[in-house]
Design a protein around this ligand. Structure first.
Ligand code: SAM
Length: 276
């Protein structure tokens, strides 16, 4: 439930600069959202010029996230979620999917972008039976996330928790030791917990991917492409992958009989794994 203490404070909007393109708002633009500005749309369109399938890839990633949470809620019986890097509120927000299956589900959203936290607090209200909370913190400091008072208050670390790192690990270059970050978080979870992760790859269209990385770095956003093997090792070492394992996000438990996009247009791998 959202209480007075959860509402955005008067100072928070001043930390948001709408004149400069911002990655999270560009992602919102590609997904068809409304929380973006002219500068975001201009850079988003420039990237699409270089990588025409960008929107297909982003929408497939978001649909994967929704199917993964539905699987965890409906088939694995998970009722607690730690969603790091949720992006701006859009379709398939974790608590909406989880609470549509189990209304008492508890979700903590963690992001290092103040804008995400402001929007999330304003828009992402919980079911009355469940709980939704928001924490501003950085994935690169996993101990701070694990120690956070709200994280500890909302989630019971004695019961399984699904850790969500969806379309996020590519923002963590090797120099920031992403493997250690993932292990620190997973080590803190009890047996029967899950990790959901996805990651873009340059395997299919290396030149386009390189252009995307370049544009990202010019905008101050580190983007690292990893192939499916590197991603699987980085995210899922020591965990039991749910079949079919690490696959293109469009191929993970697809629903409906309609045609699915070609692999190169998706170029994002994803997987779900259980901690033994
Ligand atoms: C591309 S969006 C992914 C949104 C959502 N997980 C999805 O897959 O649809 C990446 C999100 O990660 C957040 N993010 C990037 N680097 C981060 C970091 N070091 N710590 C916490 N959040 C981070 C961004 O602010 C953004 O909300």
């Amino acid at each position: 439930m959202v209480g007075v203490a959860d509402l955005p404070s008067a100072e928070e909007p001043q930390r948001i600069d709408t004149d400069r393109p911002h990655p999270v708002r560009i992602y919102d633009y590609w997904l068809g959202g409304k929380d973006n500005f002219a500068a975001d749309r201009a850079l988003g369109d420039k990237i699409v010029e270089y990588i025409p399938a960008t929107r297909i890839a982003m929408r497939e990633n978001r649909a994967f996230l929704g199917r993964a949470v539905r699987y965890l809620a409906a088939e694995a019986g998970v009722t607690q979620y730690l969603d790091i890097g949720p992006g701006l509120p859009t379709a398939n927000n974790v608590h909406e999917v989880a609470q549509s299956v189990t209304p008492s589900s508890r979700v903590v959203y963690v992001d290092n972008d103040p804008q995400v936290i402001v929007h999330a607090r304003a828009l992402l209200t919980s079911s009355p039976e469940g709980r939704t909370a928001y924490v501003e913190a950085d994935l690169r400091d996993p101990s701070a996330i694990l120690k956070d008072r709200t994280v500890r208050e909302v989630l019971d670390f004695g019961q399984p928790i699904a850790l969500m790192l969806v379309l996020l690990l590519h923002n963590i270059p090797d120099s920031d030791r992403p493997g250690e970050i993932v292990r620190t978080l997973v080590d803190a979870l009890p047996s029967g917990s899950y990790l959901v992760a996805s990651h873009p790859t340059a395997e299919y269209r290396p030149e386009q991917a390189e252009a995307g990385v370049q544009i990202g770095s010019e905008a101050g956003v580190p983007n690292v492409m990893r192939d499916s093997g590197d991603f699987a090792r980085l995210a899922f070492t020591g965990l039991e992958l749910v079949p079919p394992g690490v696959v293109l996000v469009s191929e993970w438990h697809p629903t409906g009989a309609g045609p699915r996009p070609v692999a190169a247009d998706v170029s994002i791998f994803g997987g779900v794994a259980r901690k033994p």
